[in-house]
Design a protein around this ligand. Structure first.
Ligand code: 25A
Ligand code: L14
Length: 344
């Protein structure tokens, strides 16, 4: 193979920029990378592998000769433009929620269900960031002991809501600092309420039953990825004033007994997972140390004595990397390895 022609839709966004740097870091076999974004960014340059690439406007005609298209420009753009990319002969890895629950579309975390890629029809969906980091850890426990129920609460960074939300937290923190703590309450634009020095139990929109769409995505996507349609999953998703990396408190009830020691041993051997669990040294996963790194970190693994066969744990990962851009590039690498992606 002489190298692939790779398009990145949404290349100027928080996830898109990460996609470009991960493609280059991992020496992805790209002969050419085409950054696409909205007309706002047309003609600007963006760094890739030590060079500057000129951003082109995303259009239906952007995919001539493209082998692989990574999409991260929001669901509306994926619905509008991914079919054009497929028609032009590209395989699409889509980071939005647009196609995830489509039964024709594989929803893939390579460490968990790479086999699902074999049935793809041109579009592969990249799961929600909070779901990805949870299933990477739960899969080995599921295989060993079965899972009866999952209860998860998330502590999600602002980078998940895009570059504009990162800018908003920075603005609010700086405004509070310059007012000596006694200034006006910070103004909220990107999120429903101020996020600096606050926690917001709302990510994405509210649905009829009182859940948010983010909570619903965690339930539905976990079931689809694990191939466990009826699995009881209960999720509460919270935005916290962290710039990058999502944290999760996970309570899991297994079908068969599983000790914390056994769980630690399984997870120490699992692909993509790093165990940091040494309370005597005050060692546990944290957003600040996970940010900029690839693994899913797990710690605080302990028995929950309030239920039978129950464990508690704390899971942290970089939501822009394993939660989005890295997982998408790993999907593309798996496609190449499985001979499911060929240069046009
Ligand atoms: O539209 P939706 O469905 O509501 O969702 C879109 C939002 O979800 C984010 C995305 O992040 C956006 O906020 N998003 C989507 N999937 C995500 C996921 N899985 C996700 N976030 C996390 N996980 P974003 O704002 O970081 O990136 C948006 C990208 O989409 C491009 N885009 C938007 N509309 C488009 C379009 N592309 C083509 N056609 C359209 N109609 C968008 O390009 C961006 O690449 P852009 O040119 O409109 O925006 C570039 C502007 O972004 C700011 N910016 C981004 N990164 C930086 C930056 N500025 C400085 N430094 C940076 N590092 C600038 O303001 C620039 O002008
Ligand atoms: O479904 O933290 O990929 O706001 C994108 C935004 C996941 C959550 C998705 C956030 C969402 C993310």
């Amino acid at each position: 193979m002489n190298g692939l022609r790779v398009a990145v839709a949404g290349a100027t966004g928080a996830v898109g920029r990460e996609m470009l740097s991960i493609l280059s870091e991992r020496k992805f076999p790209a002969a050419e990378v085409v950054p696409l974004a909205s007309e706002r960014s047309e003609g600007k340059t963006i760094p890739y592998a030590g060079a500057e690439l000129r951003v082109q406007r995303l259009g239906h005609d952007s995919f001539e000769g493209v082998d692989l298209a990574l999409f991260s420009a929001g669901g509306a753009r994926s619905l509008e433009f991914a079919p054009s990319a497929v028609k032009a002969g590209a395989v699409v890895v889509d980071n939005s929620s647009a196609y995830r629950m489509d039964p024709e579309v594989p929803l893939v975390v390579p460490e968990v269900n790479a086999g699902a890629l074999a049935s793809h029809k041109g579009i592969i969906a990249n799961p929600n960031c909070s779901t990805i980091q949870m299933v990477v850890v739960l899969k080995p426990l599921y295989e060993k002991a079965g899972i009866r129920r999952i209860v998860v609460s998330t502590y999600q960074a602002v980078s998940g809501a895009g570059q504009s939300a990162v800018d908003e937290l920075r603005r609010q923190v700086e405004a509070a600092g310059s007012a000596g703590g006694s200034g006006n309450p910070p103004e909220a634009r990107e999120m429903s309420h101020p996020i600096a020095f606050n926690c917001l139990p709302q990510i994405d929109v509210f649905l009829d039953e009182g859940d948010t769409k983010e909570e619903r995505k965690m339930v539905d996507e976990t079931r689809k990825i694990l191939g466990a349609p009826g699995l009881p999953v209960s999720a509460t998703c919270v935005r916290v004033p962290v710039y990058n990396a999502h944290s999760e408190s996970v309570n899991v009830e297994t079908e068969r007994p599983l000790s914390p020691e056994e769980a630690r041993e399984l997870l120490a051997a699992a692909a993509g997972v790093e165990v940091i669990d040494d309370p005597a040294r005050l060692a546990y996963p944290m957003a600040l140390s996970a940010s900029g790194r690839d693994p899913v970190y797990v710690g605080r693994i302990r028995r929950d004595s309030s239920a039978e066969n129950a464990l508690n744990m704390w899971i942290v990962s970089d939501n822009l990397r394993k939660g989005a851009a890295l997982n998408a590039v790993q999907i593309a690498e798996a496609l190449i390895e499985m001979n499911l992606l060929r240069a046009a």
